[in-house]
Design a protein around this ligand. Structure first.
Ligand code: FAD
Length: 476
């Protein structure tokens, strides 16, 4: 019988160990993608990612066609679909690359067990991470809770494997299998179609990913260590959504960085460390329970969060009156992505200035980010909130004005996403409420009308956050 290759978050044909194995077998191959109707809140895609998925599946279909195979689309419960495909085709082997959320691990383990009992061969491969997240252990045998020793341990291991070559040809399954039509899945937004800014910014698919990597390694990486903190610069790789969908693997990134930047440079080192933050997030996800819902540090279970619909909406819509926060939230809405420095600023603003539970922020990011990642998103939100592993302490509260002045001195980034502030002079761009009336008038700004007044006063909000933190500490 044929071999089934089940594609999941590995929408690429290069460095795809499962696909390569199928190609090398010389048997007929069925390439399958399932729109998973068993997905739970930790694994279903948000709106922005459904847009991405649609385009990424088109790209994958084309790449597979070029090597002789068709991508079969099915919607439903993966367990049932795979079993019925085996019944219909007499397939004897199922191959996939591993994935790591709790519910994915459960789904894959159960299916593997059931199929193996039925005499079907199931083989899983590595593809999403440089090292299996359960492999690294501290001296006492437990998982790492702190990044730096994790990084040191990882750096001390053998270099990650080389990427697997791209299969040159596949022997397609000779009979017809009915595939769903992608359009029937209706993954794209309609009424309203909010995806314009996202399509201007991104090219989903393997080709788009490789181009991003090339562009990054040809220039921005040389300024990465300094430049990566400045949102108006384009010094980061923007590989995150490609990595999340597995259009490129960390092995490919690692080996290209080594090939083009062989010598040990601070820029290369810093970039590798960031890629390893993603590994660390997966290490936490796999080794600790339910990071999406539960505070890693249970002291935070007693935190006196506020729930203000009005403040949450102001934050989501980029109308807090703090220009750097608003620019970030609008970049997210328009392009499906936000610069890392600004993610930290807006997240800190939500959980500290507005005292809103980090889970609200995590949810919003989940729905709007094209790179929403089950490990990195939760780990980062908990990191900012102070409830996470190796977290930034809660009492360290970002001042959104100073952050703006430090990392977007000229206001270039703010003006791009808050064009109503275009003519505000540099001196006031991060605190327009301090500008003299005449200056605002000349800039065409009326606070409370063309641009909001600050939803909270920085100093008051800071004191309120510190007081809330104190009550939590007293109650535990
Ligand atoms: P680069 O600077 O070019 O880094 C290269 C790669 O390293 C990234 O693509 C990413 O895979 C990884 N990486 C870099 N920084 C981090 C980090 N701090 N944590 C984990 N991995 C990292 N990243 C996501 O991929 N998905 C998310 O859902 C996500 N949510 C976040 C939420 C908050 C509140 C914060 C503060 C950060 C979040 N990040 C998330 C991490 C980081 O902001 C993005 O990975 C980064 O901005 C992506 O841009 P880039 O590809 O240009 O990064």
């Amino acid at each position: 019988g044929p071999i089934i290759v089940w594609f999941r978050n590995d929408l690429r044909i290069a460095d795809n160990a499962a696909l390569l194995k199928a190609a090398q077998s010389n048997q007929e191959v069925i390439c399958l993608y399932i729109l998973d109707e068993d997905a739970d809140e930790t694994t279903h895609y948000g709106g922005a990612q459904l847009w991405w998925l649609h385009h990424s599946l088109i790209a994958l279909s084309k790449s597979l066609e070029a090597i002789g195979a068709e991508l079969i689309l099915k919607r439903g419960s993966p367990n049932k679909i795979i079993k019925s495909l085996i019944d219909d085709t007499g397939a004897q082997t199922v191959l996939w690359n591993r994935r790591y959320t709790t519910s994915h691990i459960k789904c894959d383990t159960e299916l593997k067990c059931e199929l193996t009992n039925d005499g079907i061969e199931v083989i899983s491969f590595d593809g999403a991470l440089l090292h299996e997240p359960t492999k690294l252990r501290t001296g006492s045998g437990g998982p790492y809770k702190v990044y730096t020793p994790f990084w040191r341990a990882l750096s001390g291991m053998d270099e990650p494997r080389d990427p697997a070559p791209k299969p040159q040809a596949l022997k397609p399954y000779s009979k017809t299998i009915k595939s769903d039509s992608l359009d029937d899945w209706a993954l794209l937004p309609t009424k309203p179609d909010w995806s314009g800014g996202i399509s201007d910014e991104w090219t989903p698919g393997e080709q788009g990913a490789l181009e991003r990597l090339d562009d990054f390694l040809d220039g921005p990486i040389n300024d990465y260590k300094e430049g990566r903190d400045f949102p108006a610069k384009h010094d980061t790789s923007k590989l995150s959504p490609h990595l999340t969908f597995g259009e490129i693997s960390p092995y490919q990134i690692w080996s290209e960085v080594n090939a083009k930047h062989g010598t040990h440079t601070p820029n290369k080192e810093t970039f590798r460390k960031e890629v390893v933050w993603r590994e660390f997030a997966y290490h936490l996800l796999v080794n600790f329970e339910d990071l999406k819902n539960k505070n890693y540090n249970s002291q935070f279970d007693d935190f006196p969060w506020h729930s203000s619909k009005k403040h949450l909406a102001a934050w989501q819509q980029g109308k807090t009156g703090y220009p750097i926060v608003d620019a970030g939230m609008r970049q997210l809405w328009q392009t499906g992505w936000m610069h890392n420095r600004v993610r930290m600023i807006v997240a800190s603003f939500l959980v500290k200035h507005l005292l809103i539970d980090w889970r609200e922020g995590e949810k919003w990011f989940w729905d709007t980010l094209v790179d929403a990642d089950p490990a990195s998103n939760t780990a980062s939100w908990q990191w900012v909130a102070g409830s996470g592993a190796d977290a930034s302490p809660y009492f360290r509260i970002f001042n959104p004005i100073l952050q703006g002045e430090k990392f977007d001195k000229l206001g270039t980034y703010v003006k791009l996403y808050c064009p109503e502030l275009r003519d505000v002079p540099e001196k006031y761009i991060h605190k327009p409420w301090e500008a003299p009336e005449k200056i605002l008038k000349n800039a065409g700004v009326t606070l409370g009308d063309t641009y909001p007044n600050p939803v909270v006063d920085h100093k008051t909000a800071r004191e309120r956050a510190l007081a809330a933190y104190q009550t939590m500490r007293k109650s535990t």
